[in-house]
Design a protein around this ligand. Structure first.
Ligand code: SAH
Length: 204
């Protein structure tokens, strides 16, 4: 997976490649999809949600540019796999999930994989998580019409935010960086994510 799907397509950061070599992806996919765990595709995880394609996880993590010790917030815990990768590279990780049954799944998967230091919170991630702000990096793993304002304000100086921004059907990866109180924005390729539903996302 790491060689043919990530490195071959341009994911270069050794920290990202190492983390994705280390975290057992098969522990984050439902048992009926065990045989497909390392395949080049997203997979259903129940409740109409998906675990992202490995390449997209690698690409987003690379663009997010996290360093050891970084305080990271993820919106959309899903299976918990992306949070596990973030934790492997960074410091403390908080991930927010709006569906309680999916949050439970993420907690179970993380525990099974022996990953500690990830806090799974149930709630509307479009509001961010003020009690633990500011964050060095924020990753939104659901499609949003625009980057929610509360998340931009919870970004620390020098912080980066990556999100799939666009319509419900197709989005572009967007990266924001906060520097000197100003935000610079860059865009990457097209992606397809399930919708971010909430106060500052799509209507529930
Ligand atoms: N990062 C996940 C994949 C995310 S799928 C993984 O590694 O498996 C997107 C998830 O975002 C879904 O579980 C969905 O329920 C959740 N979601 C959608 N809107 C949300 C919101 N406002 N706050 C938190 N989670 C949300």
């Amino acid at each position: 997976m790491v060689e043919t799907q990530l490195a071959a397509r341009g994911v270069r950061n050794p920290l990202v490649l190492e983390a994705m070599r280390k975290v057992p992806r098969h522990l984050f996919v439902p048992s009926i999809y065990q045989g497909a765990a390392y395949r080049d595709s997203p997979l259903p995880i129940g409740s109409g949600q998906t675990i992202s394609q490995p390449f997209i996880v690698g690409l987003m993590t690379e663009i997010l540019d996290i360093s050891p010790g970084d305080h990271v917030l993820e919106i959309g815990a899903g299976s918990g796999y992306q949070a596990a990768i973030l934790r492997e590279i960074g410091g403390s990780v908080i991930t927010i999930e709006r569906l309680p049954e999916v949050a439970r799944l993420a907690r179970e998967n993380l525990e099974r994989a022996g990953i500690s230091g990830v806090k799974v919170i149930i709630g509307d991630g479009t509001e961010g998580y003020p009690p633990a702000a500011p964050y060095n990096a924020i990753l939104i793993t659901a499609a949003t019409p625009e980057v929610p304002e509360p998340l931009i304000s919870q970004l620390d100086e020098g912080g980066r935010l990556v999100a799939p921004v666009g319509s419900r059907d197709i989005q572009q990866l967007v990266r924001l960086e906060k520097s000197g109180g100003r935000i610079t924005r860059s865009t990457f390729g097209g992606v397809v994510f399930v919708p971010l539903l909430g106060r500052h996302g799509w209507e529930v």
